[in-house]
Design a protein around this ligand. Structure first.
Ligand code: PEP
Ligand code: MN
Length: 365
């Protein structure tokens, strides 16, 4: 498959402070000068690369808090001066970019809703043209890798090279444990296509609940993400946006201390020998798995023929509902996550319907 040969500036050369990983923390929204300064103080010793805060909030309902707007910029600039930590803001239109450039905001990011709109992304790319501005692109809210790649390319085409991405989860018709489905295969595929692009995970928006953040953050590090963006508020319960998913500065500090860093390679011989054996076992299981799936599809085709003969629809909603319920139940007993089992059977069912439909159109009447 086509892999774009784009080269990006590595995170360590962005001119921002960075420990073992790249960390951004701060409130979902800037709410008052005091709140911004309190959070800045709370996270000052945590070695973050930039403090985040939203000034213009993209909300589903217009009656929700839509951010304090431009007036919050000076609060952030003050926090940067007082605590000597870089700042980052979400931008959604060229006016936001202009304000951020004017105040030398260290990092800007494009939000999930904006990434879905190529016109909006192009307008931002045009506004950033000719600058060396560090920019992160959050994944589009819908699970569409093309839109994510397209947004990166629009910035790249305008000469930007300090480009990173943020995985913040995807909308799904089926809400399981998380607010937004992690759908790890999409950021993994993005990394395969653009191996140099720095990638952060935003567990706060994926989880939607404070108590799940640690496990998603650790999962991201296990997948070799370069860093994390986490929402931190001094009084999460009173936050004007995303109250359930924000954590206190002290919780943030303890969370990052508990995370374990992983490396891709090891030169330990024992590791390699055992790993090779285990990989062979996995290869064998996967080849049985493919054979089983083929058998299942052959049966599906036979069912298709039968249904056609009796003028029955390939899709049988009740049967599908039974499959979902019984497979989720069986998976649960074996400690497989509901989300995984559902996605697996959804893909299998879709392929089976395709096989049945193929038979339905390929046979003479
Ligand atoms: C945010 O970072 O607060 C935000 C609005 O995020 P997203 O664009 O991922 O929804
Ligand atoms: Mn938020």
């Amino acid at each position: 498959m086509y892999i774009k040969n784009l080269s990006f500036v590595p995170l360590r050369e962005w001119g921002l402070p960075m420990g073992d990983i790249f960390l951004s923390a701060g409130p979902c929204s800037a709410e008052s000068e005091k709140q911004v300064l309190d959070v800045a103080k709370g996270i000052a010793g945590c070695g973050i690369s930039f403090m985040r805060a939203g000034l213009w909030k993209p909300r589903t309902h217009p009656s929700s808090f839509e951010g304090v707007g431009i007036k919050g910029l000076k609060w952030l600039v003050r926090a940067r001066e007082e605590y000597n930590q870089p700042i980052g803001i979400e931008v959604a239109n060229p006016k936001h970019v202009e304000a951020c450039l004017e105040h030398k905001v260290d990092v800007v990011w494009i939000g999930a809703r904006t990434t879905t709109n190529p016109f909006a992304v192009q307008a931002l790319a045009d506004a950033l043209k000719g600058t060396d501005q560090p920019v992160f692109v959050k994944n589009p809210i819908c699970p569409d890798l093309g839109l994510w790649l397209g947004a990166i390319e629009r910035l790249y085409n305008m000469g930007l090279r300090k480009i990173g991405v943020i995985h913040r989860g995807f909308s799904t018709s089926r809400k399981v444990l998380y607010r937004f489905a992690p759908n790890w295969k999409i950021p993994i595929e993005l990394k395969r296509r653009l191996p140099d692009v720095p990638i952060l995970c935003d567990p706060s928006h994926i989880c939607g609940k404070a108590e799940l953040i640690f496990s998603i953050a650790q999962e991201a590090l296990d997948l070799l993400f370069d860093g994390l963006m986490i929402e931190v508020h001094v009084d999460p319960a009173k936050a004007l946006s995303d109250a359930k998913q924000q954590i206190k500065p002290e919780e943030f500090s303890s969370l990052i201390n508990r995370l374990k860093l992983k490396t891709e390679l090891s030169d330990d011989g024992k590791f390699h020998t055992r790993m090779k054996e285990l990989r062979l076992e996995v290869d064998l299981i996967d080849s049985h798995f493919i054979e089983l799936l083929c058998k299942r599809m052959e049966i599906a085709s036979e069912m298709g023929e039968l249904k056609r003969k009796y003028n029955i629809s390939p899709l049988q909603p009740h049967r599908w509902e039974d499959i979902v319920v019984s497979r989720l139940d069986a998976g649960k007993k074996k400690d497989l996550s509901e989300e995984f089992v559902f996605q697996l059977f959804e893909a299998i069912h879709e392929e089976a319907i395709r096989h049945q439909a193929e038979v339905a159109v390929s046979l003479p009447k």
